[in-house]
Design a protein around this ligand. Structure first.
Ligand code: GLN
Length: 542
């Protein structure tokens, strides 16, 4: 029988519900259970693909090409299990499906309502793979009390009534703020949040309490009493120095024990957490450090580059160094010389991005890295800008540009209108819809043996996740290769460029895909491992 754990949040947002869910999944997994994680997002966008990264954070792309919430990235990194389209749904998606059916006449004669139509759709999403796993952990986005979250709370309430007794657990993540003038951790906000939850019919079984210091016995008792949970079910989620400490700290606080006790399950084994211990030791005790510049345009919100910063940390773990990040707004380089900003740094990374703002700054960053022989890693947009740079500076194509920014005489980067997905041709029109129509998800690529990138992978056949609408124009391949910019990898049919590198440069690689999405603490991505290793080399020179 599959057990369901619903994870809700209270008091304030940003308590780290996604991480909490991922860490709990890792603990259950460490006990030998099969787990799956899902996320319900109450906003009206059909998916986060059309939202600004500065508002919503990164868009996480799955192998099967879904644009999903960044929490799915935490899930993948902590459990090593690939997420899919079936693991994230939004209000927008649910309504779109229902309204499409209504228009088609599927419900002829009926009045379509939130209960039961919307709630039923949510329930079937949650229960979709019932029986396949020991545990399905379902995180509900937002905070209890949000109007838009109500149908989701109602749906999970119903599931609690309909499933066999003892197969559903409600876990509520809250905050115990410390008030210095009172010298106390305050329980009232949690009490209110639980009251709100109970008013819609959900009695939490476990409280996971974020706090910056131990919860005193009295407060624990109070929480149990006023929130109607067992004292042992008041679990301390103390602030930790790194996210890699979360599973171990939950373990110490007894979270997994309490979950199993709730389900009346005898744990088959103590959790095997040595791999977490090892990672934590490495993160806490690096042997050296490097500093990498990230030249981007969403640097105001670090969540916009969540997988990227994690992948760099993984690259650091693989090389036993701490990776410090220097965030630089690309636009700055349009006004100022990059040299004073980049001098002495050990690597330059230009990440994915959309739109013209900051593009010229990124081109200048690529130029600096090429000329000064500093390790450069260009991801998606970062590869496109590096190619434009090479076209302008090395091939003498002064007007080289991307059609993403408007018409250009020299479309070195142009709109992608046709590509193969397996044996099928996918087509996009220039004036088509923007939502969910990019080249998305896992595609294979073939690397040329003997290139730096093939050396990094130790392989010539790879598969990576994509999310782009433009591509480097193959018509310019020959003249760029003549100048030392090698097209080191292409789609298996040879039609689309996938990777580039500058010959003779210590480490200058651009990729059209997003390798950061597949990096894991236990399996650092080869490109991030290689890039950080190159930065370590560079640090010995400067
Ligand atoms: N804007 C570029 C494109 O659509 C790059 C996308 C990205 O970096 N993810 O191709």
């Amino acid at each position: 029988m599959t057990r369901y754990v619903f994870i809700t949040g209270g008091v304030v947002s940003s308590l780290g519900k996604g991480l909490a869910s991922a860490a709990l999944a890792a603990l259950l997994q460490a006990r030998g259970y099969r787990v799956r994680l899902r996320k319900l997002d109450p906003y009206l966008n059909v998916d986060p693909g059309t939202m600004s990264p500065t508002q919503h954070g990164e868009v996480f792309v799955t192998d099967d090409g879904a644009e999903t919430d960044l929490d799915l990235g935490h899930y993948e990194r902590f459990t090593g299990l690939p997420a899919s389209r079936a693991d994230n749904v939004t209000t927008g998606r649910i309504y779109l499906d229902i309204i499409t059916k209504e228009r088609r006449g599927d419900y002829l004669g009926a009045t379509i309502q939130v209960i039961p139509h919307v709630t039923n759709a949510i329930k079937s999403f949650v229960l979709d793979s019932d029986g396949e796993d020991d545990f399905v952990l379902v995180e509900i986005g937002g905070t209890v009390g949000d109007i838009e979250g109500l149908p989701f709370f109602e749906a999970i309430r119903q599931i609690g009534q309909e499933r066999p007794r003892g197969s559903v657990c409600y876990l509520h993540l809250t905050l115990l703020p410390y008030i210095p003038s009172a010298g106390e951790l305050k329980t009232k906000p949690t009490q209110h949040s639980v009251k709100e939850l109970r008013s819609i019919g959900i009695q939490p079984d476990i409280l996971l309490c974020r706090c910056d210091r131990p919860i005193p016995e009295d407060e624990r008792r109070k929480l149990g009493l006023f929130c109607n949970v067992r004292e042992s079910a008041v679990i301390e989620a103390r602030d930790v120095d790194t996210i890699y400490a979360v599973p171990l700290s939950y373990r110490e606080a007894g979270l997994d024990r309490e979950i199993l006790a709730h389900f009346g399950m005898e744990p088959p084994q103590e959790p095997k957490l040595d791999r977490w211990q090892k990672i934590l030791e490495r993160v806490r005790n690096p042997e050296g450090e490097v500093t990498i510049a990230i030249v981007g345009k969403y640097t105001g919100l670090k969540d916009a580059y969540k997988s990227l910063t994690e992948a760099l940390t993984h690259g650091g773990i693989a090389n036993n160094v701490r990776v410090n990040l220097e965030w630089i707004e690309a636009e700055v380089f349009e006004r100022e010389d990059p040299a004073p900003f980049l001098e002495g740094l050990h690597g330059i990374l230009v990440p994915g991005g959309f739109g013209q703002r900051g593009a010229e700054g990124k081109i200048r960053a690529a130029r600096y890295a090429r000329e000064r022989r500093i390790p450069y890693f260009g991801i998606c947009f970062g590869m496109q800008m590096a190619v434009i740079e090479a076209a302008r500076s090395l091939a003498g194509i002064a007007d080289a540009n991307s059609t993403e920014f408007g018409e250009t005489k020299e479309p070195v980067v142009g709109l992608l209108t046709e590509w193969m997905r397996g044996n099928e041709l996918e087509r996009r029109a220039a004036e088509g819809n923007l939502g969910g129509t990019m080249r998305l998800g896992a595609y294979g690529a073939t690397l040329t043996a003997g290139t730096k990138i093939a050396e990094m992978y130790g392989d010539t056949e790879i598969s990576e996740r994509h999310r782009h609408r433009y591509e480097v124009n193959m018509a310019y391949r020959e003249c760029l290769e003549a100048k030392g910019l090698r097209f080191s990898g292409t789609s298996p049919d040879g039609l689309l460029p996938e990777t580039i590198e500058h010959e003779g440069h210590p480490w200058f690689i651009g990729v059209q895909f997003h390798p950061e999405l597949k990096s894991r603490p236990f399996e650092p991505h080869p490109l991030f491992k290689g890039f950080v290793a190159a930065a370590v080399e560079q640090s010995r020179l400067v």
